[in-house]
Design a protein around this ligand. Structure first.
Ligand SMILES: [Fe+2]
Length: 231
């Protein structure tokens, strides 16, 4: 990928520890990830489509960046919001602005997600994503206020995928954006919220047509085919 010099690809392949091996155990591992991820998103949407799209987008970006285990990274990214299980439903579904206390409860989903996932070695990378997927390239994110390359690469990739999909998604607290509008917004966030190198990779995926396909209803069927969707 030709980018702006960011989006280093050092962290992902080296941080994968304890991934299950073999078809049966891998499928069971993926099923468990999907089920837990879907449970965490249940109050935002009940189809499971968001986490499937996140997996596919992250996988495409990771492949574009030349990362070795793009498929497994996509699954790890599915668990980015697992800490939302600790956030009160009325906060998750509140259409207006959050109070300071509510915002703190919402932002704590990063810490809680890391805490839950870090209990198992095979979830160590997913735990890092859960903690850092709301960090911003310019240091304005949370929970640690990391900047640039301090933010784990996997979390930077997931952040770009999450912004794109969240904008396109139709939620109780927001209207959906068109794919083109959402992609433009992601491009506009390069260098502030998002890693410009990763945004560049995302644009290359779009130019190849593969990214747009993820948002076509026929691209996959949620639930059973989460393992089989092209990507
Ligand atoms: Fe989140």
């Amino acid at each position: 990928m030709e980018g702006s010099g960011s989006a280093d690809n050092q962290a992902s392949s080296s941080d994968r520890r304890g991934a299950p091996r073999g078809d049966v155990s891998t499928r069971a591992h993926h099923d468990a990830i999907y089920t837990l991820a879907r449970a965490a998103e249940l109050h935002d949407e009940d189809t499971g489509d968001h986490v499937v799209r996140i997996r596919l987008i992250v996988e495409q970006i990771a492949k574009k960046l030349g990362l070795e285990d793009a498929v497994e990274l996509g699954y790890d990214a599915m668990l980015h919001d697992v800490g939302k299980l600790t956030v009160p439903v009325e906060v998750l579904r509140k259409p207006g602005a959050l109070t300071e206390k509510e915002r703190a409860a919402m932002q704590a989903h990063t810490i809680h997600g890391e805490r839950v996932l870090s209990a198992r070695p095979s979830m160590r990378r997913a735990a890092g994503i859960a903690r850092s997927h709301h960090e911003c390239w310019d240091g304005s994110g949370y929970p640690d206020g990391l900047t640039g390359g301090e933010i784990p690469l996997e979390a930077r990739i997931t952040a770009a995928a999450d912004v794109l999909d969240a904008l396109v998604a139709d939620r109780c607290y927001k209207e959906s954006w068109s794919y083109r509008e959402a992609l433009q917004e992601v491009c506009d966030l390069a260098g502030t919220k998002l890693d410009p190198g990763i945004v560049e990779a995302l644009k290359e995926c779009d130019q190849e047509g593969s990214l747009r396909d993820i948002f076509r209803p026929s691209a996959y069927k949620s639930d059973a085919s989460h393992l089989d969707a092209a990507g």
